[in-house]
Design a protein. Structure first.
Length: 132
């Protein structure tokens, strides 16, 4: 069991269905700004090597999205929309390198895929002995 946080930025297609006007000027397509915090749970197994394992996980939590406009004279961010998010992920870990693919769902964007690559940084701390 664990947790996490993600920040997202999306760029709509050129045929975005709406036009927005700020200071009597038509603006370019908005940027979708968002993120979520989540609780994570899952299973992992190591087929023999200590530094290698495969995992299947599930994330659940709230999400928050806004539209952002960045004209030449400043910026405008709409009121946020709060929703629910969940994801199923399948990944692997090898010597600190983490790779996973996810199928995400949230009440704002519906279903969408995600590919992530990361690296684990180990923080040194006091190691426990058998007597502790």
């Amino acid at each position: 069991i664990g947790g996490g946080m993600k920040l997202n930025c999306g760029f709509p297609r050129k045929d975005f269905p709406y036009h927005y006007i700020v200071n009597d000027e038509i603006q370019a397509n908005p940027v979708i700004l968002g993120g979520n915090i989540f609780v994570s749970s899952g299973f992992s197994f190591s087929p023999g090597k200590k530094d290698f394992f495969i995992y299947l996980g599930f994330n659940i939590g709230p999400c928050l999205y806004s539209l952002g406009y960045f004209p030449n004279q400043g910026y405008l961010i709409t009121n946020p929309h709060i929703g629910f998010s969940a994801a199923i992920q399948l990944g692997g870990y090898f010597k600190g390198l983490d790779f996973n693919i996810e199928i995400n769902y949230d009440t704002i964007n519906k279903f969408y895929p995600e590919i992530a690559v990361g690296y684990q940084i180990k923080l040194k701390g006091k190691e426990k002995t058998k007597d502790e």
